[in-house]
Write a protein that binds this ligand. Structure first.
Ligand SMILES: Nc1ncnc2c1ncn2[C@@H]1O[C@H](COP(=O)(O)OP(=O)(O)O)[C@@H](O)[C@H]1O
Ligand SMILES: [Mg+2]
Length: 442
């Protein structure tokens, strides 16, 4: 056995050990290298079980199936036979004449396989026994001191591989446990928020329904008692008006909930943000004009397309512009800006108003479903939770900055489609019903 050959073999084994976490792969290739370099005939590798009282055959080469299927070959008690004894005393052992060895199991090796020489090598990891390796030969080869040294070095490498595999297994177990725990938390959270949502919706719809029911009963009573008279028309008309507004409120809640639940089905395509902004502005321009609100649109030049669901982003802008408009009861300015984000492949859409602003206390709750500061009939508190849901689905983000008394800015961040640029970003005229509004573009 040449020195350079053994070094090359050890090098090859340590490379496999450090590059693979598949223990079986490491053991098979180690056996192959050992047999080739020593020109030996068979090799077996055993690993200790968790209780450390049994050695289990985990890899072998050069033995007939008949032999490897024998129970004492597949599994050996620690202390039993030469293999089991060497595992206890931890020192490599060489046997030159197997038939004469003091081992009840040598028959299987000598008579079945014709093996005459064997080296028993303990496998050690960080000073602790982890298993045994047994290399055997028929007649051509005896195990010299050099060989034993080489095999001991191989044994240490196998020890490292076993250690790595155990660490990897533990890591995999810990990871799976963590994943399972995390999924459980998400499931619980989902159930909790679903329960909360269901309770709130029930409450929100129940109140107007109860009012409508009361008035219906009242009207029936008036009819049956014959008091449905022209003199009572004023009362009756008041009842009917309340019923109308309360029913409309239920309808509004249901409409918003539908928008909320439809978020799962989105059709993503590249769109120009300016087009979405323009189409949204057309829809609310009249309302803004009535409220004496000026619109300013600022679109940065070379703005890329965004990956989005057109209707949903339009819905988002309408909700945000609607809120801005409702915040500016005495008129003001609504500024819609689209620009590149500092965050690389993102685009920012800013919706700013000069309205009442949001108190620090309310700022924490505005994205909660059914949170509203508006009087009954004016708001149901679902607009911003719809916005939040849509933007999350688009892998974007939405933030708000506000100063009470001065105004608020909602900042929506959306991923861009590619590096395509929307054509024509020149100064345009406003759409505020023919009134010219100052749009500063590009
Ligand atoms: N631009 C804004 N200015 C001031 N307050 C706002 C603005 N946008 C949202 N809010 C606050 O957030 C709350 C929740 O908004 P939203 O979810 O759209 O529900 P709603 O408009 O039905 O009240 C509003 O009631 C309001 O208090
Ligand atoms: Mg709203």
């Amino acid at each position: 056995m040449k020195n350079e050959n053994t070094l090359a073999a050890l090098n090859a084994i340590s490379k496999t050990v450090s590059s693979s976490l598949e223990l079986n792969e490491v053991l098979d290739s180690t056996i192959e290298i050992v047999l080739e370099i020593l020109d030996a005939d068979s090799a077996r590798i055993y690993l200790l079980n968790d209780k450390k009282d049994c050695l289990n055959l985990v890899a072998h080469r050069g033995l007939s199936e008949e032999t490897t299927m024998l129970s004492h070959m597949k599994c050996r008690k620690v202390g039993d036979g030469l293999l089991g004894k060497t595992a206890i005393n931890g020192k490599a052992k060489v046997v030159d004449n197997l038939p004469r060895a003091n081992d009840p199991y040598v028959d299987s090796l000598f008579f079945n396989e014709g093996l005459l020489y064997s080296a028993y090598i303990p496998l050690v990891s960080k000073g602790n026994p982890v298993g045994m390796m047994c290399v055997s030969s028929r007649y051509k080869f005896k195990f010299s001191g050099d060989c034993v040294e080489f095999l001991t070095a191989v044994g240490n490498q196998i020890g490292i591989a076993v250690d790595n595999a155990n660490l990897y297994e533990n890591l995999k177990l810990a990871y799976n446990e963590l994943k399972e725990a995390q999924e459980q938390v998400i499931r619980t959270e989902k159930m909790a928020s679903l329960g909360k949502l269901a309770a709130t919706i029930a409450h929100e719809i129940n109140n107007p329904l109860a009012a409508v029911l009361t008035y219906i009963k009242l009207l029936i009573k008036l009819i049956t008692l014959g008091r449905f008279t022209p003199e009572r028309m004023e009362d009756i008309s008041r009842y009917l008006n309340t019923m109308e507004s309360e029913t409309a409120r239920c309808g509004e809640i249901v409409k918003n909930l539908l928008a909320f639940s439809r978020q799962s089905k989105i059709t993503i395509k590249p769109y120009s943000i300016e087009e979405i902004i323009d189409r949204s502005m057309i829809l609310i321009a009249h309302d803004l004009e009535l409220k004496d609100i000026r619109i300013v649109k600022e679109i940065e030049s070379d703005i890329p397309l965004i990956q989005c669901d057109f209707r949903q982003i339009q819905q988002t802008l309408l909700n945000l512009m609607g809120n801005a408009s409702e915040a500016m009861t005495g008129g003001g300015t609504l500024t819609v800006t689209a620009k590149h984000s500092e965050k690389g492949d993102f685009l920012e859409i800013l919706i700013s108003d000069t309205g009442c602003g949001i108190s620090e206390e309310n700022l924490k709750n505005i994205f909660e479903p059914f949170f509203t500061t508006k009087e009954e009939g004016k708001g149901v508190g679902l607009g911003l939770s719809v916005v939040y849901g849509i933007i999350s689905k688009h892998n974007g983000s939405v933030r708000v900055e506000s100063e009470p008394g001065k105004g608020s800015t909602f900042k929506v961040c959306l991923p861009v489609h590619s590096h395509q640029v929307c054509p024509d970003h020149k100064t345009k005229e406003g759409i505020n019903n023919g009134k010219k509004t100052s749009y500063s573009c590009g």
